[in-house]
Every structure is written in C-alpha cells, then in structure tokens.
Write a protein that binds this ligand. Structure first.
Ligand code: DAH
Length: 344
C-alpha cells in the first residue's frame, strides 16, 4: 500500500511538472524517480528483507511501478520538447507587422523611362502606337524602303541574316511600309518603338541590339515645315523649352529631302564646347519627307499624298538625357545603375 501511495504521488508530480522546464530540470526529475536514491531503487535494495514467499509479488509490483513511472516520464519529455519546438517556431517566425524589405518597385531601367516619355509626347499629339516583326524580310527591311539589292546604303546596316531573304531588322523603318500597306492609301499617323539589330562589335557607343522609335505621318499637303514643327515640339518637351533646333541636309534612301536633326548643346547652349565638339549642337535623330518611290511602292499616290518620317534612337536619347557613359549599361542589369532611376 505504501508503494501505491508513492506511485500516485510520483505520477502526479511528473504530470504537474511544467512543460516549460529546462532540460536540466527534467534530468533532475528523472533521477528523482529512477536514480539511485529513488524510492524504486530503495525498494529493490529492500528486497533482501522481504519474506521469501512475498519476494515474487513484491518484485513484480516494483517492476510494474517502474514501468508506469518510465511511461509518465516519457510523456512529460514529449510535452517538454514539443513546447520547446513551439517556442522556437514562434521566435523564428516572420513577424508580419514589421516593415518588409523594399523590392525596388519604383525603379525602372532608364531605357523604358525614355521609351515611355518619347511615346507619351507623340501619343499626346494623336499618334497611334504600332508594332512590327523583329524578324523581317529583305523586302520590307530594304526594298520597300527604296534600298534595292545593290544599293550602297546597305553597307551601313550590316545585318544578322537568317537566310538570304530573312534578317533581324536593322531599323524600325520597315514598319512604315507595313502600315502604309495596312492603311491602303488613307492618311496615317503612327509611331513604332521596337528593337533593332546590327552586326556591330559591342563597345561603349555601339551595341548589336538597340532600339528605335519610328515615326510616320501621311496626309494631303504635308511639307517639311510640318516635320520641323513636330520635331521641335517633341524635342523641346523632352529636353527643355530653351533648346534650339537645327535641321541639316542628310541622306536616307527612303526620304527626300532627308535631314539630320540637332539640338543646342546642354552644356554651352550653342557657344561650342567639348561636349558638342565645338559645334554648339548635338545630333539627336534623322528624318525627312517620305520618298515618292516609297509612297508609290506601298500604295499611295505621291501626287495626292505626301508625308514625313523620322527615326529616333532610344538609347542615344537616354544617354544624352541622363549623361550615361556606356550603351551596354542598359542591358547589364547592374542594380547600382538601375537604382538611380525611378518612375517619378
Ligand atoms: N532608319 C534610319 C536608321 O536606322 C533612321 C531614320 C532616318 C528613319 C530617317 C526614318 C527617317 O524614318 O525618315 O538609320
């Protein structure tokens, strides 16, 4: 009876033992009930004083008690370790009330910043934004733009050929031909931003892949004055109202006359400095009046319609706007570079 009382006390102490006890507290508890000085060990030692006929049942009783205490200690051990695990998970868990890490959602590659800025100015002037294929036929990339097979202007646009008649477009100008054919002799007003490719060795100012924004407007009675006014409005909005605009004669097979467009230098405002190589002006884009051959080939009557076109290098504009030193920066995903630009 004495043993039963001790067992019940032990089971109660073990089950009441706090789950947040330390490992060493638990080790003490264990030795209290199973160690050398425990009542069970004492019980085994007392065996010699037990009358022979009771030894067997006494021994069995001790074994049974030891078994029960072992089980109770094991249960307690499981409760303590699962409590510890719970605490660990709680402490190491994510605190959702803390401010999160900044995922740079406002940063933008200056390439896209400039592409959007340019596009928006033309959208405000009522231009439609269109798209065209990057894998283009020789026919659209050259022939329909008045650049026949043996034309020397082809040498300026070394290309990536897929087969004899298919290439990565060297400029966005083939979209002019595509849109003229789509509009079938009707007035049209569009820009096309897109990727272009040339077989150039990459360096600070050249990249085998770059991007342009093509512009085309066709209607009755369109003249060079319209082109100049349009580009002046565009360039002043982009670079600042104080900029002066200058057209110089140039040559493109698909325009006649053709112009190169300059803006007054940001640095010296036209006086001449290192940045503009003493000229006071910086070249920004090319354009001209759509060549009558191009109009004719693509379904427009040059006696009724005339138009202007222009081509803008997106990276070139971004380089000028932000003073970027190397065209390759647009494509390298260098976070330190990109972090300098944001949408606002
Ligand atoms: N396609 C020309 C180039 O890549 C740029 C250009 C010049 C486009 C004059 C035009 C234009 O539409 O009228 O060098």
């Amino acid at each position: 009876m004495e043993l039963d009382k001790l067992l019940n006390e032990a089971l109660k102490t073990i089950s009441d033992f706090p789950n947040n006890a330390s490992n060493s507290d638990f080790a003490n508890l264990k030795s209290q009930y199973l160690g050398k000085k425990s009542f069970i060990s004492e019980g085994y030692k007392n065996m010699k004083d037990i009358p022979n006929e009771e030894k067997k049942s006494y021994g069995a009783k001790l074994n049974e008690i030891k078994e029960k205490i072992n089980q109770a200690l094991e249960d307690k051990y499981n409760s303590i370790t699962s409590y510890q695990l719970e605490q660990k998970l709680k402490n190491e868990g994510i605190d959702i009330s803390l401010p999160g890490e900044d995922f740079s959602k406002n940063y933008i590659n200056p390439f896209y910043l400039v592409k959007e800025k340019i596009s928006q100015i033309f959208i405000d002037m009522g231009y439609e934004v269109v798209d065209g294929p990057e894998v283009e036929s020789d026919h659209y990339n050259f022939e329909l733009l008045n650049i026949p097979k043996d034309h020397p202007a082809r040498d300026m646009q070394d290309s990536f050929y897929i087969d004899e008649n298919t290439l990565l477009r060297t400029h966005t100008s083939p979209v002019q031909a595509r849109m003229m054919q789509k509009y079938q002799g009707q007035p049209l007003k569009m820009i096309c931003p897109g990727k272009t490719y040339r077989r150039d060795a990459d360096n600070a100012t050249h990249s085998h892949q770059f991007a342009q924004i093509e512009g085309l407007l066709i209607d009755e009675n369109i003249n060079l004055g319209h082109l100049k006014a349009t580009l002046e409005l565009f360039l002043k909005r982009l670079f600042g109202q104080e900029r002066k605009i200058r057209l110089r004669p140039s040559f493109f097979p698909f325009t006649e006359p053709s112009v190169e467009v300059d803006i007054s230098c940001f640095n010296c405002h036209g006086k001449g400095c290192n940045m503009c190589k003493g000229s006071g002006y910086i070249e920004v884009l090319g354009g001209g009046m759509v060549h009558p051959n191009v109009l004719k080939m693509n379904g427009y009557d040059p006696n009724k319609y005339s138009g202007f076109a222009f081509g803008i290098g997106i990276e070139r504009i971004a380089i000028l706007l932000y003073g970027i030193d190397d065209i390759r920066r647009f494509y390298q995903n260098d976070i330190k570079f990109l972090k300098q630009f944001n949408k606002n």
